[in-house]
Design a protein around this ligand. Structure first.
Ligand SMILES: [Fe+2]
Length: 188
């Protein structure tokens, strides 16, 4: 199969230039992400390097100069994950190696009480190699690697997550707060 990261980014540019919203873009992005996931040769060993403080390792493969179209891989160490969060832009994840548990959360309150959010589990999905999951800007999910080997996935977002104002949720304490900006490294 002939596809490449460069061709994928060009396809993303073409799709987003058509001016549609997330509901138009995501059904087009997901199969292309799956096609890239099936393409051999572009996954480098250093994509598997975990930042010990975060328990995950993020390698940025592409971001436009105006901070749109973020493409990055994330490796998740065994037993590691992230708390529920939103993205405030459209998102698509495709599995590359191993199985990641995605939990989709439902927010039950109206957002009227600052710092408070009442979440319950809505849906759980295992995302394995070549499988995709998509997110609308307000969707809330958490991710966990329940296995005993690292997992790797490719993440595509409409905007750089460092340049949006998004939230992190603690379902145990019903707290909502600004999502921490994760440490990332550029692709070598
Ligand atoms: Fe996420």
């Amino acid at each position: 199969m002939t596809y490449s990261l460069e061709a994928f980014v060009n396809d993303l540019r073409r799709l987003t230039a058509e001016g549609g919203g997330p509901k138009d873009i995501l059904p087009e992005v997901a199969p292309l992400a799956a096609k890239l996931a099936e393409t051999p040769g572009w996954i480098k060993p250093d994509f598997y390097e975990v930042d010990p403080e975060q328990g995950i390792g993020i390698t940025v493969l592409h971001e436009e100069a105006d901070h749109t179209l973020l493409v990055e891989t994330i490796v998740w160490a065994p037993g590691k994950g992230v708390l529920p969060h939103d993205h405030q832009t459209w998102g698509c994840v495709v599995g590359l190696d191993g199985i990641e548990r995605n939990t989709i959360w439902k927010r039950n309150d109206d957002g009227g009480a600052p710092g408070h959010a009442d979440l319950t589990v809505y849906h759980e999905a295992n995302v394995g190699a070549g499988q995709t999951i998509v997110f609308m800007p307000d969707d809330i999910h958490s991710v966990q690697n329940h296995g005993d080997t690292p997992t790797l996935s490719l993440h595509i977002y409409g905007k750089s997550l460092a340049h949006v104002s998004r939230s992190e949720f603690d379902p145990d304490t019903s707290v909502v707060r600004p999502c921490p900006i994760r440490k990332k490294r550029p692709a070598a």
